[in-house]
Design a protein around this ligand. Structure first.
Ligand code: UDP
Ligand code: MG
Length: 334
């Protein structure tokens, strides 16, 4: 029966659950395993790694299953198809039972050694410690897009979503329990994390380049992620219609007054007297402008309606094809 969260309760809870989404990461997994086995013991606590295979088409699942067979602290959740990075992270979180829960990418852009620093900070009395990228090894164009997006989101979002922080973080179980309660389908994990409140803080780090394989985030998916962030956390696009409309009304009142004064006092404006017909180009410009604004606002409404429809359908957020080491995974979907 579909449930809203997975369960994973056999034996005592580990100190740390590390959630890692993997999509076609076959080339990456041997490096990942090695780095994790080097860095996790230094944390001096019991741990589990929940690897979410997001419908990979390469040998990712076979490698993950072998990893679990060799070391059952590596647990695997495999989706029936690609549901997207954010959904994979969210599914992993709903199975995470550790007192601390961390999220990390599979490509080692986020150094697992940094988790120790985050946990030390949590022990100073925080509930969420997220990593803030000091610099990124990406193309200039991508860096400009990221920087613009985070600043725009901060300006218009109703909760404060920290600048330049991704999903790489460590949270207390209490926070994850709150996030699990959130039933929405279009998840924007870093937004939900910020929305949950609690005591949050960021630590800066340098983001490395991907260690192997290529990016699983083409520009199209990045735009989609940015839109999930904006539309789920800000009513600003809806208000845009009212703001633009008000601005145009004010402009048109000014224009009408100008024409009136021009007619009454009969002076030359832009080289013409009122008696001359000034031509149709300005009228065409106005019609195009108004048409454009109306279409833009219709698009904004459409985006919200599409999202409402998506939520209302109440389809499962993901479908699990197979699991290794996760009890209660008889709930095949959520
Ligand atoms: N990923 C995923 N599903 C997707 C796309 C990406 O689970 O549909 C995972 C991917 O395996 C990686 C993480 O999300 O662990 C981030 O992806 P990637 O490193 O390719 O993104 P980038 O760092 O290039 O933005
Ligand atoms: Mg990456």
């Amino acid at each position: 029966m579909p449930t809203s969260s997975g369960t994973n309760r056999s034996g005592p809870n580990p100190g740390l659950s590390l959630v890692i989404p993997c999509f076609n990461e076959g080339a990456m997994l041997p490096f990942l395993k090695e780095r994790l086995l080097q860095s996790l013991p230094a944390l001096k606590m019991s741990w589990e790694v929940i690897l979410v295979d997001d419908g990979s088409r390469d040998d990712t699942f076979a490698q993950l299953a072998a990893l679990h067979a060799a070391d059952p602290r590596f647990k695997v959740l495999s989706f029936s198809r690609n549901f997207g990075h954010q959904t994979a992270v969210f599914a992993g979180l709903s199975f995470a039972t550790g007192d601390f829960v961390a999220v990390m990418d599979a490509d080692l852009q986020d150094p697992p050694e940094f988790l120790g620093t985050c946990i030390a900070k949590l022990n100073e009395g925080f509930d969420v410690v997220y990593a803030v990228r000091r610099q990124r090894k990406e193309s200039f164009f991508k860096r400009v897009c990221y920087a613009t997006f985070y600043r725009l989101l901060r300006a218009i979002a109703e909760v404060e979503i920290p600048l330049d922080s991704g999903d790489f973080c460590v949270m207390r179980q209490q926070v994850v329990a709150v996030m699990r309660q959130m039933p929405e389908r279009d998840v924007f994990v870093r937004g939900l994390r910020a929305w949950s409140g609690f005591r949050q803080t960021g630590i800066e780090y340098n983001r490395a380049a991907r260690a192997a394989g290529e990016t699983k985030y083409p520009f199209r998916k990045l735009v989609r992620l940015a839109m999930d962030g904006v539309f789920a956390f800000s009513p600003f696009p809806l208000r845009l219609a009212a703001y633009i409309g008000l601005g145009i009304v004010a402009l048109s009142v000014l224009a009408a007054l100008t024409v009136l004064v021009w007619k009454i006092f009969n002076f030359q404006l832009f080289g013409h007297y009122p008696a001359e017909v000034p031509g149709w180009s300005s009228v065409v410009c106005l019609i195009l402008f108004m048409g454009g604004i109306q279409l833009l606002m219709l698009g904004v409404m459409g985006e919200f309606i599409g999202r409402i429809y998506n939520e209302v359908k109440q389809r499962p957020r993901w479908i699990i094809r197979e699991t290794c080491g996760l009890n209660g995974a008889d709930s095949k979907s959520s």
